[in-house]
Design a protein. Structure first.
Length: 293
């Protein structure tokens, strides 16, 4: 529903040339992209709750068909939210929106909405037979589909290790850029303006994209262990969501954007910076301890 509202706000903002509404729609797209990750993980947890132990009226093949579309929805949310954040980042430097970028965001959003609608339809077929059409042919092979194939592929160490390397490198980009930004807000590196340090967030954004893709692929390698067996996977997902949403503050706050070299950040911004630093440190700790707890 939030995604639908974001599209509506963007359309109204473009039609009325209302920059405030356009900006709000971009923020909402970013937030939808952020919460897409824990939403997908919750779907995986629900799958295991319905299939372990197996239930005679629940089809694993139908669940896999839903998972295939859910994975596409996740990537669509990531592309849409990413394009929206890049436009927010770019607008800070140029002072105006790019029609090309906004059109790209809208195109991503419309395609993603269609994929999400099909995802919801397939999800309803899992345990709501009343919505099925009599002539509709449902899948019956539990090994068919994209996600079972990805699971099999990622269980091969030849595929898992490269993606794990990409995941760790993505963390380096995220934590490095977040550390630089938060330290400037907390009072270090005052010789630089906030705008100058803010440029590093693009590096962190690249790390986020790398980790969304690599993290989901790694989770599919052994999703039962991650979402059911590992006690720190849930807190890690929560901290990623909180940390990413908090970083968004630095891309929308006009007050902190005007922070010049030698100036001190307001106390509210310092609290946010400390919170962001703690959240992403928690993500790193939880991720590192996953094999042990």
């Amino acid at each position: 529903m939030g995604f639908v509202f974001a599209i509506a706000f963007l359309l109204v903002g473009l039609a009325t040339r209302n920059d405030l509404m356009t900006r709000g729609s971009l923020v909402l797209f970013v937030l939808c992209g952020i919460v897409g990750v824990p939403t997908y993980v919750s779907g995986t947890a629900s799958m295991w709750a319905l299939t372990q132990p197996p239930k005679p009226d629940i089809s694993k093949a139908v669940i896999n068909a839903h998972r295939d579309m859910a994975l596409l929805s996740l990537f669509g949310l990531a592309f849409t939210g990413g394009a929206a954040w890049v436009e927010l980042w770019r607008t800070k430097y140029f002072g105006h929106f790019s029609k090309t970028s906004l059109t790209l965001v809208l195109a991503f959003a419309i395609v993603t909405l269609g994929v999400m609608a099909e995802t919801g339809h397939r999800g309803g077929q899992i345990n709501h037979p009343e919505i099925r059409v009599a002539t509709e042919v449902l899948p019956t092979d539990p090994a068919a589909g994209v996600t079972p194939w990805v699971e099999t592929m990622m269980n091969n160490v030849v595929w898992f290790i490269p993606w794990q390397t990409v995941h760790f490198f993505g963390y380096c980009l995220i934590l490095g850029s977040v550390l630089a930004l938060t330290l400037r807000v907390l009072g270090f590196w005052k010789s630089l303006s906030f705008a100058a340090v803010h440029r590093l967030l693009m590096v962190g954004f690249l790390g986020v994209l790398m980790n969304v893709f690599s993290g989901m692929l790694m989770m599919l390698a052994d999703s039962y262990r991650y979402v059911v067996g590992d006690g720190l996977f849930g807190p890690k997902m929560a901290l990623i969501t909180i940390g990413a949403a908090a970083v968004l503050y630095f891309s929308v706050s006009d007050r902190i954007w005007g922070l010049k070299a030698g100036e001190d950040a307001p106390m509210a911004a310092k609290w946010v910076a400390g919170f962001v630093l703690l959240a992403w440190t928690g993500v790193l700790v939880c991720g590192r301890l996953l094999p042990y707890i």
